[in-house]
Design a binder for this molecule. Structure first.
Ligand code: 13P
Length: 251
């Protein structure tokens, strides 16, 4: 019922030239994505070229962030107008690296999510606990408040699509993956939250991705869990062979 979705978040990696090489190899590796949505979030500098390379393919473009104003004196921010112009379909908001290093709060994340929707971009709202939170037994409190803050004022019934990514901070780039049981537990709680907040239909249709050291060797097991609808892949998405394998494992 929910179409699997594999998104690669390249973070601050890949020049335009490297991005184009990746796109060319991906097209050879993976002739068709089948019943799976696939997107790449490259650095902003490569969005345009990658968008051109993805024309007439089944691969979609995602932005790593979005600002809430459309234009103006906001040095280094990126507007939904620009993202739309270069062909983005999705915008990641609230990635833990943004929260950790760049002072993003639930409030700014929420403003960014609203901006994405305003520009007809599908938000990928990231939530996740740190190791300290987990060890203190506060995993769900943290995620619930990130959901509450991030989704404030957003009527999920008026959007055709909205994606949530559960990315435990302690599993990002560390090689430590949440066990399938740990991941599925949180995904199930997120689904319940959506059910209570917005009703069963929305809970049933909202895709919840897992992110944190996803690789070909663990992706199949994660992706067969009933509440894990896809993956937000960092490191392994920089390697075209691994990324294609993760997509194949989602079938
Ligand atoms: P890694 O797959 O490198 O752990 O990164 C996950 C992530 O942060 C994706 O947004």
């Amino acid at each position: 019922m929910r179409k699997p979705f594999i998104a690669g978040n390249w973070k601050m990696n890949n020049t335009v030239e490297e991005s184009l090489k990746f796109a060319a190899t991906l097209a050879v590796e993976l002739k068709a994505t089948g019943q799976i949505d696939v997107a790449i979030a490259p650095p902003f500098t490569a969005l345009y070229s990658l968008g051109v390379a993805f024309t007439d393919t089944e691969f979609d473009l995602a932005a790593q962030n979005i600002f809430w104003e459309d234009s103006g004196a906001y040095t280094a921010e990126i507007s939904g107008v620009f993202l739309k112009e270069v062909g983005c379909k999705y915008a990641i908001v609230g990635h833990s690296e943004r929260r950790q290093y760049f002072g993003e709060t639930d409030e700014t994340v929420n403003k960014r999510a609203h901006a994405a929707l305003k520009h007809d971009l599908i938000p990928i709202l990231c939530v996740g606990e740190t190791l300290e939170h987990r060890e203190a037994g506060k995993t769900w409190n943290v995620i619930e408040s990130q959901l509450e803050g991030g989704l404030k004022g957003i009527d999920l019934s008026s959007t055709t699509d909205f994606v949530i990514a559960y990315e435990p901070v302690w599993a990002i780039g560390t090689g430590k993956t949440a066990s399938t049981a740990q991941a599925e537990e949180v995904h199930g709680l997120i689904r319940n939250y959506l059910n209570e907040a917005s009703g069963k239909e929305i809970a049933d249709r909202t895709r919840i991705l897992y992110g944190g050291s996803v690789k070909p060797s663990n992706s199949r097991e994660l992706l067969v869990q009933p509440n894990i609808d896809g993956a937000l892949v960092g490191g392994a998405a920089l390697d075209v062979v691994q990324f294609a394998d993760i997509i194949r494992n989602a079938h």
